[in-house]
Each structure stands twice: as C-alpha cells, then as structure tokens.
Design a protein around this ligand. Structure first.
Ligand SMILES: Cc1cc2nc3c(=O)[nH]c(=O)nc-3n(C[C@H](O)[C@H](O)[C@H](O)COP(=O)(O)O)c2cc1C
Length: 305
C-alpha cells in the first residue's frame, strides 16, 4: 500500500514533507514550467527584503569538501517588485508557497510582511533571522531584537510565521524555545554555518566577503543534532534543513524530530533531486511498512517534550 506522505505543519496542509530551501530555488517561479514542480511539498522563496538588494560582490560561491560556501548577501528585487510578477507566477505551480522575509530591523520586517499580507496565495512566512552574509549582526544572535521582530511580524501576518534560526549558538534548543515564546508557529533548523576557505594557489580568499555560509552534505550531522536537541524543548513543529541529498537524509531528520524538511544545495545540482527525495521517502516508508509519514516524526528522539 502507498504510504500517506501528507503533513500538517502549523495548520497548513502539505502533500508531502519536502520543501525547497530558501535561496536555492530562486523566487520559485523561474522553473514554473517544469511540471514536476507541482509534486513538491511546497516552495520556500529566496529571501525578500523591503528594498531591493544587490547582494555581495563576486566571487560569492566556493566549493568545499562535500559542500559549498556562499555569500550571496540576500540579493533580491525587493517586496514591491516581488508581489507584482513572481508571486503571480509562483501561484500557478500548484504547491504551497512560503515566502522568506528578512530585514535589519523590526520595522523593515513588519513593513515587508504588511505588503505580503495584502496578497493571496501565501501559505506561510519564513522569517530569515539567521543570514550570516550581511555586515550587520545575525538577528537571532540578539535575543531582544529576535523577539521584537517575531512579535511585530505576528501582529501583521495573516499566515503562520516560521523562524529560521542560525546553528551558531551555544544552545539551539533555548533559541528555538525563545522563538516559540515570542509567537513563532514553527522553526526552521538551520541556516548555513559560518565558514571560510582560502585558495592556496592564488593566496586569496575564495569569497569576496572572506567568510560565508557553509551548506551541503558536510553539514547534515550538525543540523540533525540541532533538530534532535530542540524537538524536546518546543511544542511548535520543526523544518529540518542542512545537507539533505537523499530520501534517507530526509527520513533521518524526521526521525530526529522534524515535521518537514527543506532541501537547498542538492537542488542546485538538479531541481529533479527534490522529486527523487520524495520518491525515496515513500519507498523507505513502504519497506518499513509504515502507513504515514507523520508516524516517524521524532520516532528516534528520546528527549522528552
Ligand atoms: C546559494 C545559496 C543561497 C541561499 N540563500 C538563502 C536565503 O536567501 N535565505 C535563507 O534563509 N537561506 C538561504 N540559504 C540557506 C539555505 O536555505 C539552507 O538553509 C542551507 O543551504 C542549508 O541547506 P542545504 O545544506 O540543503 O543547502 C542559501 C543557501 C545557498 C547555498
């Protein structure tokens, strides 16, 4: 029998637990003609800010062992241009859309979400509180600011708000709990890991910004640990993110406590990878005779709620 892959996340229904990860699938609409996209659990857009951003100078991508570094710096067209065309095209795909939003202040985030709240066809907001590639401090490293941003956005958002957190903290469970207590409806664990690389042929830094965010297969065990540690401390659901390349990786995150997963670097290899991951999750559940994907969430987590 075909296992039931459907998931309820913060009151939103998804046909399966696999999402795109922010920033690795463009605005989502660029690939809208690929009919397989409608099979996705959902699409998380690249992060949008109130004003357009040009991002950082090149080079802003570098390969490292089993992963990559990026320092894109939130290049995007700004919220006003985003709600004009991309959102309209995105809605044609037929998968729930989660819009990723960031800002350097509470006011910037609130104003961006106010504009989004006038639109239809958005299932949730993912608040990017964890971009490592800006000159300013990472928002979730400033707890009062993080709380203020979440509270402010919650007041103006008509859809659930998911807080995307940085793994670079002493206690990720405490941070996830702080996000929950500020009103977040879910958390994404995690964004990239601050890192750097030097080219010893040229004696130059590999990124124009020197440091960037590391992602890909190499970060998976660290992100699984973040999900595992947080699951017992919070009541809100978790999107697991970091190094998911296969269905096995996705299942691993779910066993640790993730309700859904988002896939980034793997879809830069090929957007079709996302569909393979969905099929592989289904096959694993079938092999184990598990009827529903919901059953495995936190199955191997011994940290008590
Ligand atoms: C090129 C690139 C751009 C990214 N841009 C964003 C972004 O705009 N907003 C965001 O929240 N995360 C961004 N991320 C982080 C991913 O969403 C994800 O959290 C991270 O890459 C870990 O997942 P992965 O190992 O599957 O790639 C970006 C990652 C990459 C590789």
């Amino acid at each position: 029998m075909k296992p039931d892959l459907s998931i309820n996340f913060a009151g939103i229904k998804f046909k399966n637990p696999v999402l795109t990860a922010s920033g690795t699938f463009g605005y989502g609409y660029e690939l809208a003609d690929l009919i397989f996209l409608k099979q996705l659990g959902g699409i998380v857009t690249k992060t949008i800010t109130l004003e357009p951003r040009f991002g950082n100078l090149q080079p802003r991508i570098a390969e490292v062992a089993s992963g990559m570094l990026n320092s894109i710096g939130l290049q995007n067209i700004g919220i006003r241009a985003f709600v004009e065309e991309p959102l309209e095209k995105l809605n044609k795909i037929g998968a729930p859309v989660i819009v990723s939003v960031a800002g350097a202040s509470t006011n910037e985030c609130v104003e961006t979400v106010k504009i989004l709240s006038k639109q239809n066809g958005i299932s949730a907001i993912e608040l990017n509180l964890s971009c490592p590639n800006l000159k300013k401090k990472i928002v979730c490293h400033d707890l009062p600011l993080m709380r203020d941003v979440i509270k402010g956005v919650k007041k103006v958002s008509k859809v659930p708000v998911i807080a995307k957190l940085s793994p670079l903290v002493t206690d990720i469970a405490e941070l996830a709990l702080a996000a929950q207590n500020a009103g977040a409806d879910g958390v994404t664990l995690t964004n990239t890991y601050p890192a750097m690389a030097i080219d010893v042929k040229t004696f130059k830094h590999k990124l124009s910004t020197v440091k960037g965010g590391m992602s890909g297969a190499c970060v998976k065990p660290m992100s699984v640990r973040c999900v595992y540690d947080s699951y017992g401390s919070i009541k809100i659901p978790i999107i697991g993110c970091g190094g998911i390349m296969t269905g096995e990786d996705a299942v691993e995150f779910m066993l640790a406590g993730a309700t859904m997963v988002s896939v980034g670097s793997a879809s830069l290899v090929s957007p079709k990878k996302l569909i393979n991951i969905i099929d592989e999750v289904e096959n694993i559940l079938k092999e184990k005779n598990i009827k529903s994907a919901k059953q495995i969430i936190g199955m191997l987590n011994t940290v008590k709620k």
